[in-house]
Design a protein. Structure first.
Length: 240
């Protein structure tokens, strides 16, 4: 058990160093990912608005053609109206005139609506393009900062990760599983806590004298009753 505890202390020291490396990067990884997601979302919205604008323009031009054809038909029917000789012809042409007028009126109304929508979309597209340029610029700056920090510490991080893997291979599965569960759950990443002045170095809960003696003996796997961290005696146990 002493050997396993020594390995756990080494593992905790490595994880502390890895945590320090991540802290040096601050919130840059999260910022970069947030900006990346925002770029993707804004690009999708921008593409949608451009498609809407294109569709509105196509529909407007189609209706404009229909209106022009209806105006031509209207003039033709109006000219024919004065040449009819029967009531039946008069009624038929009058019906065609009414249909053409309706087409012109409804078409012109729809054209005005589409022109307004196109203008609205133009404004939205301009705003989205400006916003996209800004967040792309922010992303490039932040990503460059992150890559620089990663480059500065990549060799150290790789070495620590390899060493960590070798230690994990030597640990009993149940012991490592408990350590990892606590290590991940705690904000400070501490799965192993050294005992200081009769208290847990993780949560600072007082430890009964009898349990302190058991911890100092390092012959058993002892947990803090308050936080669940693995307890070790900093003075009696030396890392080989």
């Amino acid at each position: 058990m002493r050997e396993q505890l020594e390995l756990l202390i080494q593992l905790q020291d490595i994880d502390n160093q890895l945590l320090e490396l991540r802290q040096e990067r601050g919130n840059l990884p999260e910022t970069v990912e947030r900006l990346r997601a925002e770029i993707e979302e804004t690009t999708q919205i921008l593409d949608t608005r451009r498609e809407e604008q294109l569709g509105a323009g196509k529909e407007r031009r189609r209706i404009e053609n229909e209106v022009e054809l209806a105006k031509v038909s209207l003039k033709k029917y109006q000219d024919q109206l004065f040449k009819v000789t029967t009531n039946r012809e008069y009624d038929a042409i009058s019906s065609e005139i009414e249909t053409a007028r309706t087409t012109v009126q409804s078409g012109e109304t729809r054209i005005i609506e589409l022109l307004g929508r196109e203008e609205e979309l133009t404004g939205q597209i301009t705003q989205l393009e400006t916003h996209l340029d800004k967040i792309k610029g922010d992303f490039e700056v932040r990503d460059a900062e992150l890559q620089e920090k990663i480059a500065e510490t990549s060799d150290l991080e790789t070495g620590l990760t390899i060493h960590r893997g070798k230690i994990v291979e030597q640990l009993a599965r149940p012991i490592y599983a408990h350590y990892e569960r606590i290590h991940i759950a705690k904000e400070d990443g501490m799965g192993v806590a050294r005992v200081y002045t009769g208290a847990c170095g993780g949560c600072f809960a007082a430890i009964p004298p009898q349990k302190l003696m058991e911890i100092a003996a390092m012959e058993d796997f002892i947990l803090c009753e308050t936080c669940g961290r693995i307890l070790v005696d900093a003075e009696s146990l030396e890392v080989r």
